[in-house]
Design a protein around this ligand. Structure first.
Ligand code: TRP
Length: 344
């Protein structure tokens, strides 16, 4: 067995991923591929917890996978797969449903927020965190890197793991840790630097920069970015200057330079116009090779299918054995199950 820590990351195939996702999450995923044993899962089953247009969901799922590869996720180093390709995820969800008290799910703040916005609430929406728990526990993930909004779900996964272990066999599941990724840039909306750049605001022009935006569009979005009238290019925690701080933060996240070096790079700027163009040009240069690789992949569906089949086979090899062991512990007859019993 490898000594590397197992890390599980999930990403929803809805909306288009943008610069905030890239700098805040995906870049970190790419960089940790040599030091961790990574599972990257495109969580299409989670997407179904709110109404979706079937053809669009299918298309976005393929596009996201291609985009992740284009960003540098290497299918030979990491396990990249689509959640619904590995049947154990839906099965684990059911099994875990049967050890999870309903009250735990009603407490989830994301459920409460999302439910308040829906006319009719689907059962799957309430069950979302149990599906997510299965994702994590099937691979005995030690670490789950997530944003603040998903922390409560990973804490629930810990509670469910502990409960399952206490009920059936300790330590059957690894109790996962939440990892809030370090230095992951918190990229704010260009049109409104008080809110995080978000997929759900992507329809608002000038809010987000999608990874596949044309250079012209990127430049336009940056030129229209909200700033302030202080006319000082410096990092600042002052909410009034959040726009400039955000532009510098993007530059910093891409270059990896410390704050003073970032500020020094703009020492000769004649104003915010120069700052906006400077950051836009860097973003365009960073995204160009990603876009080129993406176009190549999406034009070759057979190659993408091959990569997806490889990822699903790798994930399934781990997840199918784990779910069989869960079934056995819970009292189900596993087909040809003598081997499960004797593996204890
Ligand atoms: N719920 C996560 C999100 O919306 C996505 C996700 C699904 C996930 N399963 C996961 C994240 C397992 C981490 C681990 O961002």
């Amino acid at each position: 067995m490898s000594e590397k820590k197992v890390v599980f990351s999930g990403i929803q195939p809805t909306g288009t991923i943008h610069l905030g996702n890239y700098l805040g999450a995906v870049q970190g995923w790419v960089n940790r591929q040599d030091t961790k044993d990574n599972f990257f899962c495109v969580v299409d089953l989670h997407a179904l917890t709110v109404p979706q247009e079937p053809d669009l969901l299918r298309q976005q799922t393929r596009e996201l996978t291609a985009l992740l590869i284009a960003c540098g996720i290497d299918p030979d180093k990491s396990t990249l797969f689509i959640q619904s390709h590995v049947a154990a995820h839906a099965e684990a969800c059911w099994l875990l449903n049967c050890v999870t008290p309903l009250g735990w799910l009603h407490r989830m703040t994301q459920y409460k927020d999302k439910a308040a916005k829906q006319e009719s609430i689907l059962t799957g929406l309430l069950d979302y965190p149990v599906l997510m728990t299965g994702d994590i526990l099937l691979y005995d993930a030690h670490e789950v890197p997530v944003g603040d909004d998903q922390k409560q779900h990973v804490e629930l996964a810990r509670d469910i793991a502990i409960r399952f272990n206490n009920l059936y066999d300790s330590p059957f599941f690894v109790v996962p840790e939440v990892v809030i990724p370090p230095v992951a840039a918190r990229v704010m909306g260009l049109n409104d630097p008080a809110v995080k750049m978000s997929k759900s605001h992507s329809h608002i022009r000038g809010h987000a920069v999608a990874l596949l935006d044309e250079p012209k569009e990127i430049l336009r979005s940056f030129k229209k970015a909200v700033t302030d009238n202080h006319n000082e290019i410096a990092f600042s925690a002052d909410p009034e200057r959040a726009g400039v701080n955000n532009l510098l933060g993007i530059y910093k996240a891409i270059t990896g330079k410390p704050n003073d070096a970032v500020e020094a790079d703009f020492a000769n700027a004649r104003g915010y116009g120069d700052l906006k163009v400077g950051v836009a040009e860097l973003v365009i240069k960073t995204l160009a090779p990603i876009k080129a690789r993406y176009e190549q992949l999406i034009a070759d569906p057979a190659e993408l299918d091959r990569i997806l089949a490889q990822g699903a086979a790798q994930a399934n090899a781990v997840a199918a054995a784990k779910v069989d062991a869960m079934k056995h512990l819970m009292g189900l007859v596993v087909p040809g199950g003598a081997h499960v019993a004797s593996a204890e």
